[in-house]
Design a protein around this ligand. Structure first.
Ligand code: NAD
Length: 490
């Protein structure tokens, strides 16, 4: 299948006519051919979005919402097909791929409803015969730059609130997951989105992304990806005073206290650490364990990890799929070697998985024990199936260790003690906190995002998303028929 860019309501070839293969990471098969666009393609898309903004911003928000409702219905009808395409393109097990698509469906219906809410507020004026209100305004062209690990959920989290708020979109998906981006924009087209309101440009960060960051006609950038790219995005877009939202990396921890339900904790840990092969921003990569249960938890986990089945995500027996690329696999292995060199104890895994039936980028689910909080494997984002166990004396130490990394996305605690639950909720310095559940599982109507190095303070999802994609406008209506001066005429 050869994909095309979508610019001003037309499916078009990249002007240089260059394409690259999109590869199934589990078996190396070519899934699609992807346009390699350049600055000209990108500028055409930006200009189309700029032109469309003038009409789209005036479409009543409930009508914009109705369009998203149709998008949700179409996604629902295609859910299984989209999930299978996702597994083929980026490797996650199909059950998880279904969840990824479901997040998009949920977001479509939620944001469709915002078309009839998007509340502002009224407030009394300090002067007589004067009315005061605050309303939300659309902003302009939104540059949407996304990673490959949630190829449906993340684009929908950005594009749907952008649209319901009245903005137009230039969407640059990750090079590794073009098919899902293409399918999403096909659905938007089928739902009746007017020409130019959503534009899709495939290509690299340097050829397409940079143009979006630097073009003065792009008013806001919503970016999800690595800290390294995020820093560059913020610095570049900052030069142009663009509004920028960054959702970056994580080094998320699960805390297990002595009184925890260990069976439940083991399930939560396995799902959080090895789901999506550890390639979630909210993946658990640190396990902070009170000393009384440390040996038992280590042994239980080791047994369960050894029994996980690696394979193609479309096979029903598969628990863990491949890593996205050979480069990602090499990075994971470098961290594993470093962990051993720094003195951590390798309990399970630690190698690329080589079995005759697997030709993809598979890595054995890996468990390290005797990890100290300062070790590199306990500090840096590995983005693979590697879990590091750290022993602590009590909750205070657990919280200190949890907060001792540059990231602040998600954290979790397993305990039966309500007092310690509320202490943890107060003291864990992350944007998301789970009690008696793993570090993943965000629902789309709550704010999503992290503190400190995980971003720049914005939140996605829920009504928080509207705050990023709209501008507040304060309106004063004086019906007194005379000049009234605030602060002066008392
Ligand atoms: P990445 O930073 O390599 O790429 C993200 C996007 O940025 C891609 O579309 C890429 O093409 C683009 N890009 C690269 N260079 C660019 C440039 N110079 N200008 C503009 N765009 C550019 O990240 P990735 O490997 O795709 O994704 C993995 C990372 O994403 C991990 O760090 C993970 O934690 C993070 N992530 C965070 C969240 C969150 O919500 N906090 C969610 C998912 C993933």
């Amino acid at each position: 299948m050869r994909l095309h860019n979508y610019i001003d309501g037309q499916w078009v070839e990249p002007q240089l006519g260059r394409y690259e293969p999109d590869i199934d990471p589990a078996n190396g098969e070519v899934v699609a051919e992807v346009p390699q666009s350049d600055a000209k393609d990108t500028q055409r898309a930006i200009q189309a979005a700029k032109k469309a903004f003038e009409t789209w911003r005036k479409v009543p928000a409930p009508k914009r919402g109705e369009m998203l409702f149709r998008v949700g219905e179409l996604m629902k009808a295609q859910k299984e097909d989209l999930a299978q395409a996702m597994t083929r393109e980026m490797g996650k097990v199909v059950t998880e791929a279904r969840g990824d698509v479901q997040e998009g469906i949920d977001m479509a219906f939620y944001m469709a409803g915002e078309g009839r809410r998007s509340f502002g507020y009224t407030t009394p004026s300090e002067l007589p015969d004067k009315f005061a209100m605050a309303t939300r305004d659309p902003i302009g062209v939104a540059g949407i730059i996304t990673p490959w690990n949630f190829p449906m959920a993340i684009p929908t989290w950005k594009i749907f609130p952008a649209l319901v708020c009245g903005n137009t979109v230039v969407f640059k998906p990750a090079s590794e997951t073009p098919v899902l981006a293409y399918r999403l924009v096909k659905i938007l087209e089928e739902a009746g989105i007017p020409s130019g309101v959503v534009n899709l440009v495939f290509g690299s960060g340097t050829d397409v992304g940079e143009v979006i960051l630097n073009d003065p006609d792009v008013a806001l950038i919503s970016f999800t990806g690595s800290n390294e790219t995020g820093r560059h995005v913020a610095a570049t877009a900052g030069q142009h005073l663009k509004r920028v939202s960054l959702e970056l990396g994580g080094k998320n921890a699960i805390i297990v206290l002595d009184d925890a339900d260990l069976e439940l904790a083991v399930e939560g840990i396995l799902w959080s650490a090895f789901g999506t092969t550890g390639q979630r921003c909210t993946a658990c990569s640190r396990l902070i364990v009170q000393k009384g249960v440390y040996p038992e938890l280590r042994d239980r986990l080791a047994t369960r990890i050894r029994s996980l089945t690696l394979g193609h995500g479309l096979e029903t027996a598969t628990d863990v799929g491949p890593l996205i690329t050979k480069k990602a696999l090499d990075k994971v292995h470098r961290y594993v070697v470093l962990g051993q060199r720094e003195g951590a104890q390798l309990v399970v895994g630690g190698h690329a998985a080589v079995t005759p039936s697997l030709h993809g980028h598979f890595y054995e689910p890996t468990l390290f024990a005797n990890v100290t909080p300062e070790m590199t494997i306990a500090q840096e984002e590995i983005f693979g199936p590697v879990l590091s166990m750290i022993q602590v004396e009590d909750l205070d130490e657990a919280v200190r260790v949890n907060n001792q990394v540059v990231y602040g996305l998600s954290s979790s605690i397993f305990t039966q003690d309500v007092n310690r639950v509320f202490q943890a909720i107060r003291d864990l310095a992350t944007g998301i906190v789970y009690i008696n559940a793993g570090t993943t599982g965000a629902e789309i109507h709550l704010p999503f995002g992290g503190t400190r190095g995980t971003g720049n303070g914005h939140r996605e999802a829920g009504t928080a998303a509207l705050d990023f994609f709209s501008e507040w406008k304060a309106v004063y209506v004086d019906f007194s028929g005379r000049l009234q001066r605030a602060q002066i005429d008392t």
